[in-house]
Design a protein. Structure first.
Ligand SMILES: *Cc1c(COP(=O)(O)O)cnc(C)c1O
Length: 232
């Protein structure tokens, strides 16, 4: 994928986001695009940056550690994958937002290490909305049972929820999982007396449905940078 293709793809994705927002009577500025660069080189990051992109997503700590120092400064990096507990210390200083916090144990580790190292991580709680065994994330009932414990972790700033829909042949089939995350957010806000601003949902294949259901962050890789050789 050359630089001008990346710029074109990015413009097309932004336009689709804006159209989906308007169709849902939302403002396009309510939706932030996270450009997912996993498996792609620093040159791809630079090309997207030159086309105006500022927020980038990575899903592996080792890969991000190697890549981010080779990328232009002044960008925001989001961690979108499953964070292994033994990688927390390395990951904390690198990322502006952690999308995939998927257990109380991980949140407790992040809180403790953030205290030791002087960080204030901003996080999203990942919910397994499909019930698939292969997916990470809190089960909805566990989230309600553990929200008080999560809110009691003083170093963590919980900004919202994140989910991954199952791979479906049609994007429209992903929509019920996005609706479920939005409903969970509303119920959790009432139950815990909190306000959660962010809903991270929607990838290349299903982001239009996610925007209709209220996504505030969409995580898009393939539609901008092309197919990846590594599947995950
Ligand atoms: C890879 C990945 C994406 C981007 O997927 P595309 O289908 O390439 O847009 C989004 N979210 C997560 C958590 C990912 O791992």
């Amino acid at each position: 994928m050359n630089d001008s293709q990346i710029a074109e793809n990015l413009a097309a994705v932004r336009e689709q986001i804006a159209q989906a927002a308007r169709a849902a009577a939302r403002k396009p500025e309510e939706i932030e695009l996270v450009a997912v660069t996993k498996t792609h080189p620093p040159a791809a990051v630079r090309a997207a940056m030159e086309a105006g992109q500022r927020i980038f997503g990575e899903s592996r700590v080792q890969e991000a550690l190697a890549k981010i120092p080779l990328c232009p400064g002044g960008l925001k990096w989001h961690f979108i994958g499953h964070l292994q507990r033994n990688k927390v210390r390395k990951a904390l200083p690198m990322f502006d937002l952690f999308h995939g916090v998927d257990s109380l144990e991980l949140a407790e580790d992040m809180n403790r290490i953030a205290e030791e190292e002087g960080h204030r991580p901003r996080i999203l709680l990942e919910v397994n909305t499909s019930g698939e065994a292969s997916k990470f994330g809190f089960k909805p009932e566990a989230l309600f049972a553990q929200i008080e414990d999560l809110l009691a972790l003083p170093r963590l700033e919980i900004l919202g929820l994140m989910t991954m829909a199952p791979l479906t042949p049609k994007p429209e089939m992903a929509r019920p999982y996005f609706a479920k995350l939005r409903e969970l957010k509303e119920r959790l806000e009432k139950a815990a007396g909190i306000c959660l601003k962010e809903l991270s949902m929607g990838m290349s294949g299903d982001f239009l449905a996610a925007i209709q259901e209220g996504a505030t962050l969409v995580r898009i890789g393939t539609a901008i940078f092309g197919e990846r050789s590594r599947k995950e």
